[in-house]
Design a protein around this ligand. Structure first.
Ligand code: HEM
Length: 423
């Protein structure tokens, strides 16, 4: 979906999937409920509690947890990854995944030059062979997850238990089957083209969904843990503990579960903390491209938009939109209270909503934005109702200047080292 250029093809695909990412579907989803209880309340909290001297690398933790949540929602909890409980494998996945990123520029932005170099047998001057090998390994892994989800559907386990239910995969699968030839609709098997189409789409979703949330959470944890924001951390904890069934004491095996996702979603300060982090530290601050349409009725000549001819690529960047001082006074400061009204309720409408672009807008807007926000709120709730956090080393917390803005990391390989003390 991400890379479908033609508008009608893109929107047809988006319509097939978007209902499983609607806020109401997410809040009511038994599969997501199981995912949050298992991954956030148990696996994640246990990993933090077991960290030597309570110290851990935040970016690694958040990447593992967000990948686990996203793959669990896409492929089913039992079929998805479990990097939260396997920190070494999770860190390797993260570094393999990220190490390819600087080279993807050539394929995305200069494909003709790259193809020319490849034809001349010198493609590796631009993109070394190991990048392709690592990408192939990620694709193989995605296909494995898809095949496991397929097996859960065919065996009937997916229908019987929320732990096996592959929400996103299952949704697109049934839509593709409906579109298939009538003879194919009779049997429940996928043909090879459908299998690969599904795998390609699912790879887009897991790639779009894990690092973005992991980056945002790393900046959120950094801001909350700074001495200057100690009062906000305390106020947030009090707000979280005010929920009737809190996430605290989740480290036990007593079957303690999360409060409802709706109750978590409704907490004003938690909402403000997430929104302010998405504003100041947008995980995708770089330019979002659009092509001015041909045959438009918008321009006076029928072929231009605001004086820009048809067929021109234009970009807009969240980084700049989020720093308009008329909408966000004192824009370079992290101030969650700007998203609250004087009574402490949520105040996110009007101009602020119009200029907020962390998830883009329009037909190409992030399809997973509701999942991202709910998941991040769940993670924050589970951590800060159980632990208080302080910074051990934040020398690596500077934005990389790129499409994605993960922290640069410091020379010792650390991004953000946090101390998590049990409360
Ligand atoms: C903090 C977390 C996230 C951020 C900041 C983010 C941001 C974005 C942005 C900026 C876009 C492009 C929007 C545009 O061009 O206007 C996008 C697209 C997309 N995102 Fe997200 N995203 C996040 C989480 C997720 C999650 C959790 C998923 C799914 C599991 C997801 C799936 C997608 C997909 C499939 C697209 C392509 C949509 C399309 O082409 O119509 N994202 N995201």
């Amino acid at each position: 979906m991400f890379s479908m250029e033609k508008r009608d093809v893109h929107s047809a695909r988006k319509r097939m999937i978007s209902n499983v990412y609607a806020k109401s579907s997410l809040q009511a989803s038994p599969a997501l409920r199981k995912i949050c209880d298992t991954i956030l309340c148990h696996r994640m909290v246990r990993r933090i509690a077991a960290a030597p001297e309570g110290v851990l690398e935040a970016y690694e933790l958040f990447s593992a947890v967000t990948l686990d949540v996203v793959t669990a929602y896409i492929f089913g909890l039992e079929q998805g990854s479990n990097f939260t409980e396997d920190p070494e494998v999770g860190a390797k996945w993260l570094y393999d995944y990220k190490s390819r990123q600087p080279y993807l520029f050539w394929i995305q932005e200069m494909p003709n030059i790259f193809h020319l170099f490849s034809k001349l047998g010198i493609g590796r001057w631009l993109i070394p062979d190991w990048v392709g090998q690592k990408s192939a390994a990620i694709e193989d892994q995605c296909l494995e997850w898809c095949d496991a989800a397929e097996a859960a559907i065919l065996s009937g386990k997916a229908a019987e238990s929320a732990r096996y239910y592959p929400t996103v995969y299952g949704q697109l699968r049934s839509m593709l089957k409906k579109q298939g030839k009538s003879a194919e609709k009779q049997n429940n098997q996928l043909n090879q083209e459908q299998r690969l189409d599904l795998a390609s789409e699912m790879l887009d979703h897991l790639a779009a969904g894990f690092d973005t949330s992991g980056i945002t959470l790393t900046y959120l944890a950094w801001e909350l843990s700074r001495p200057c924001n100690a009062a906000i951390q305390l106020a947030l904890r009090n707000e979280l503990l005010s929920l009737r069934s809190t996430c605290s004491t989740m480290t036990t095996e007593s079957g303690m579960s999360m409060p409802s996702l709706k109750d978590i979603d409704d907490l004003p300060l938690l909402h403000a903390v997430v929104m302010e982090t998405l504003r100041l530290h947008a995980a995708i601050p770089g330019g979002q491209p659009r092509v001015t349409p041909a045959n438009t009725t918008l321009g006076p000549t029928g072929a231009e938009v605001h004086g820009i001819p048809a067929g021109v690529r234009v970009v807009s960047a969240a980084h700049s939109l989020h720093r308009n001082p008329e909408v966000f006074p004192d824009p370079s400061r992290w101030r969650p209270e700007r998203w609250l009204d004087e009574k402490g309720g949520v105040d996110g409408g009007g101009e602020k909503a119009r200029w907020f672009w962390a998830f883009g807008s329009g037909g190409r807007m992030c399809v997973g934005n509701n999942l991202a926000v709910l998941e991040m709120k769940g993670i924050v709730a589970a951590i800060w109702s159980n632990f208080e956090t302080t910074i051990v080393n934040d020398a690596g917390m500077e934005h990389v200047d790129g499409y994605l803005a993960e922290p640069r990391g410091s020379s010792d390989g650390s991004f953000l080292r946090l101390r998590c003390g049990k409360i």
